[in-house]
Design a protein around this ligand. Structure first.
Ligand SMILES: [Zn+2]
Length: 237
């Protein structure tokens, strides 16, 4: 088993970063992976102060003066996020993330019929600063917003491929699709599919739009409010 988990505590920049509130989705990228320059190929051009960021990432004494030391860590956070996205696609990275998945660190699917299926983090883009992280449910194959405390993590820290690589490497963990599906009913009767679709006929402007009723009653309604009150439209003769 890998030792690359949150149980490692030291004064390094990585320990400080992983300990921040809201960063619990992230796993620890091991030192030997960070020290292999090959793993950073192509990232030099994506991070503005690459050398400084890498120095910070590898700094073992960063937190000795306390976290409030005034150092700008934005570039280091981006670099760590991008190398983290690469690491979790490796067998060791999948193993580390599997520990967190089985512990329920990434939360569960909100769909009733997914019955608390555990989720995995996913990005909707592989580029930094495009989208925040989402969670993917392997039962219904949909994506959702994570709990608020994790919602500000960048999606590129996980990338678009991670959950799919995860289940390719661990196919035994792939769950069955939901056995039940929600059925819309009205007074116990199942609704026809057409009844659930938006109306096909466009709404027409009332012919007597100049009347005092339409002006005073509907003239100032926002479109969203008006859409909630279709039965209140003036009667046409
Ligand atoms: Zn689901």
């Amino acid at each position: 088993m890998s030792s690359t988990n949150h149980s490692v505590r030291d004064s390094s920049w990585i320990s400080w970063f992983l300990g921040l509130h809201g960063n619990e989705f992230l796993c620890r990228v091991p030192p030997d992976y960070l020290e292999d320059k090959f793993n950073f190929t192509g990232l030099e051009s994506l991070v503005v102060n690459f050398s400084h960021a890498l120095d910070l990432l590898l700094d073992p004494e960063y937190d000795n003066q306390g976290w409030d030391n005034g150092v700008d860590t934005t570039d280091a956070e981006q670099l760590y996020g991008l190398i983290h996205a690469r690491y979790i696609l490796t067998p060791r990275g999948v193993e580390d993330m599997c520990l967190k998945y089985e512990r329920g660190d990434f939360g569960s699917c909100p769909r009733v019929y997914c019955k608390g299926q555990k989720t995995l983090p996913v990005g909707l883009s592989d580029q930094f600063s495009q989208k925040h992280v989402k969670v993917y449910c392997p039962r219904c194959h949909d994506v959702f917003h994570p709990r608020t405390r994790f919602a500000l993590l960048d999606g590129a820290m996980f990338g678009t491929s991670f959950p799919h690589m995860f289940f390719m490497q661990l196919p035994n963990l792939r769950p069955q699709p939901p056995q039940e599906k929600y059925v819309a009913r009205l007074y116990g009767f199942q609704l026809h599919q057409k009844a659930l679709m938006p109306s096909e006929s466009p709404e027409r402007e009332p012919r007597n739009s100049g009347s005092s009723l339409s002006k005073s009653t509907f003239g100032n309604l926002s479109s969203s409010m008006a859409s909630c009150a279709p039965s209140l439209h003036p009667i046409k003769f």
